[in-house]
Design a protein around this ligand. Sequence first.
Ligand code: NAD
Ligand code: IPM
Ligand code: MN
Length: 367
Amino acid sequence: MSNPSILILPGDGIGPEVMAEVKKVISWYGAKRDVQFDVSEDLVGGSAYDAHGTPLHDDTMAKAQEVDAVLLGAVGGPKYDALDFSVKPERGLLRLRKEMDLYSNLRPAQCFDALADFSSLKKDVVAGLDIMIVRELTSGIYFGEPRGIIEEGNERVGINTQRYTESEIDRVARSAFELAMRRGKKLCSMEKANVMESGILWREVVTEVGKDYPEVELSHMYADAGAMQLCRWPKQFDVIVTDNLFGDLLSDAAAMLTGSLGMLPSASLGAPMANGRPKALYEPVHGSAPDIAGQGKANPIACILSFAMSLRYSFDMGAEADRLEAAVEKVLADGVRTADLLGEEGVTPVTTSEMGDAIVSALDASL
Ligand code: NAD
Ligand code: IPM
Ligand code: MN
């Protein structure tokens, strides 16, 4: 059998910096656990635009369709802000999600004990937090037609369309119920059925799918109230399922509960391929962080934990994923902190690379 294949797309800004630390972890698995991956690397986002005039070359798109998993760093940055919308770095990422049909975006928010004091919320509100946001990723207002900026009378109008088919809601709801079955058997669906027809349909379809999962306790919440409840008492949630735009906002909010955007990984999953594995792309929730790029300050943990998610969801290596997550936890418990995690007095931050090295040492210690 051939080795599992991974396509690495470091991207822009801190993307390549955090990905360099993931590569150390991949090498460690090869050297110390004899887990070999066929790793290839390519460009996405602004770096692809600089090389090819497009944020995602067709050849890269084709490679992404073939591999067992794609690992992406981050895309975007001020250098590309003035570009035409169609070639902006973010379009490369959106094309990958759409063409790979990665409809189920898993964004866990877990509070590591060592960081409970660091959250902007009180310690007892976040200590032990472990929730999973399932964000629909290939439809909704991100992709709905009509869209554009048109002339109307003597002014311009910006248009985007929220649109969901029953089957799009059904499949993401099923993936959320399946996850809930493997976790705490609680699912909260968030929309705005009070003001949006797409929300009414969303609630109906999720309720219908729920009949196939009688063991899962299903609740519904308006997304604005959900945002409030996430800050008030996040531990009431187990799995949350929501649409593309609400999921984008709610997962950034959830990220801050855990201390830093630099901590949150994600998995974007599609339908199973011929080998039974889901099409998959793994990436940190954070962006290219232009304000700290090139300074060795970025926290690589979100990207390393995204690789851990690939071990779990693409490579059936749950025990190795546990090992890597435990290594991260140990390093944090030992007080190792990148600059985004500083709060305690007298702690000197480590660099991106030193954080990666500390995690690799903790992996060594786990043997
Ligand atoms: P951002 O996530 O890049 O940064 C927000 C803040 O969090 C910044 O202060 C940044 O320094 C900090 N931060 C983020 N990741 C960090 C890390 N790993 N370690 C330490 N600090 C970290 O969001 P933004 O500033 O709104 O966006 C910047 C660019 O990134 C934009 O072009 C945006 O479109 C893009 N973006 C890309 C992705 C992606 O590739 N998936 C996601 C979000 C934003
Ligand atoms: C994210 C990002 C992306 C999104 C952008 C960069 C296209 O914010 O992954 O959360 O809006 O989905
Ligand atoms: Mn986002």
